[in-house]
Design a protein around this ligand. Structure first.
Ligand SMILES: Nc1ncnc2c1ncn2[C@@H]1O[C@H](COP(=O)(O)OP(=O)(O)O)[C@@H](O)[C@H]1O
Ligand SMILES: [Mg+2]
Length: 269
C-alpha cells in the first residue's frame, strides 16, 4: 500500500474502502442518490445524518445486504463486486449492527465464533484454541472488565456486550470495521470505554466507520466526518477543522456542495 506525507500521519493515502456514485431506491423512495463515501486505514470516519438520511442503507449496500442500483465500490483502489455479505466478509469488511445480534444464552467464546467455529477432523469443537484466541483478542483490545469468557453474554453490561461484538468483528483479518450506533444504549462510563476501543481499532490500522448521532462521541474519536442528508452527500469535514455547530448545520439545513437540483435548500453562509 502506498502512503504519502500529505495525509493524516496514521492514515493511508489510498482509501481502503471507497464507494462512488451510489444510488439505491426502495420503490419510490430514493434512499441514496450519487453518494460518495470513503475510509482509510488508520482513521475513524464518522457517518452522520438525521433519521432516514440513508446511513444504514449505505452501510448495507457496502456490506452486500442490498444490491446497488448504480455506483461502484473500490477496495484498496480496485473495483470490487460485492453481491452478498460473504463477499464483504471475504474482503475483510465487518459490520457491528445496532442490535449487535449476540446470542444471550451463549458465552463470549461461542458468540465470537458463532458460525465460524473451529472443529477437529471428526467435527468436535476445538475449545482450547478458540478460548485462547478469544482471550488474546480481548486482551489486545484492552477489554479487561469481562471476568470470564465462558460467561453467558446475557450477564454482561451493555458496554461489555458491545466489546464482544467488536471483538467478533476484528478477529478475522478485518480491514474495515463499521459500527452502527455503538454507544446508543450506553451510560457515560461505558460509552467512554467503547469510544476508547473505537480509537484503538484505528490505531491498530483498521479503517473504522462510526455511525452515530451523538456529536460529542464523534468529536471525541473521529478523524473525518461525512454528513448525509436526505440520501445525498452534504459534506466531508476534517474533525480538527470544523465545529459541532457547523456539523449540526450540515445535518439539519444542509450545505449542498456538489449536488445539483436542490440549490433551493442552500442558505447564505
Ligand atoms: N428495506 C427498506 N425498504 C423500504 N424503504 C427503506 C428500507 N430501508 C430504508 N428505507 C428508507 O430509506 C431511507 C433511508 O433509511 P436509512 O438508511 O435507514 O436511514 P438512517 O440509517 O440514516 O436513519 C428512509 O426513507 C427509509 O424509510
Ligand atoms: Mg440507521
Amino acid at each position: 500500500m502506498t502512503a504519502t506525507a500529505e495525509t493524516t500521519p496514521t492514515a493511508s493515502a489510498t482509501p481502503t474502502l471507497e464507494a462512488r456514485g451510489i444510488r439505491k431506491s426502495f420503490g419510490s423512495v430514493d434512499a441514496l442518490s450519487e453518494v460518495d463515501f470513503e475510509v482509510r486505514s488508520g482513521e475513524v470516519m464518522a457517518l452522520v445524518g438525521d433519521n432516514g438520511a440513508g446511513k444504514s442503507t449505505l452501510i448495507k449496500c457496502i456490506a452486500g445486504i442490498h444490491p446497488l442500483d448504480d455506483g461502484e465500490v473500490r477496495f484498496d483502489g480496485e473495483r470490487v463486486s460485492i453481491s452478498g455479505p460473504k463477499d464483504a466478509v471475504k474482503l475483510g469488511i465487518e459490520v457491528v449492527y445496532q442490535d449487535l445480534a449476540l446470542c444471550d444464552n451463549l458465552d463470549v467464546v461461542q458468540n465470537i465464533y458463532l458460525g465460524r467455529e473451529e472443529r477437529d477432523w471428526i467435527g468436535r469443537l476445538r475449545e482450547a484454541p478458540m478460548e485462547k484466541r478469544t482471550a488474546e483478542t480481548l486482551r489486545g483490545l484492552r477489554v479487561t472488565t469481562i471476568r470470564s469468557i465462558r460467561q453467558q453474554v446475557a450477564r454482561l453490561s451493555g458496554g461489555q456486550r458491545q466489546s464482544v461484538a467488536i471483538g467478533r468483528a476484528v478477529m478475522w483479518n478485518s480491514r474495515v470495521v463499521i459500527l452502527d450506533e455503538p454507544t446508543a444504549a450506553l451510560g457515560v462510563a461505558q460509552t467512554q470505554q467503547v469510544l476508547e476501543l473505537v480509537r484503538r481499532l484505528s490505531e491498530q490500522g483498521l479503517a473504522v466507520v462510526l455511525i452515530s448521532h451523538n456529536l460529542h462521541d464523534i468529536f471525541e474519536v473521529a478523524d473525518r466526518i461525512t454528513v448525509l442528508r436526505l440520501g445525498r452527500n452534504v459534506a466531508v469535514y476534517e474533525r480538527s477543522a470544523t465545529t459541532q455547530q457547523e456539523v449540526v448545520h450540515a445535518i439539519t439545513a444542509g450545505i449542498p456542495t456538489k449536488v445539483a437540483g436542490i440549490s433551493s435548500m442552500e442558505e447564505p453562509a
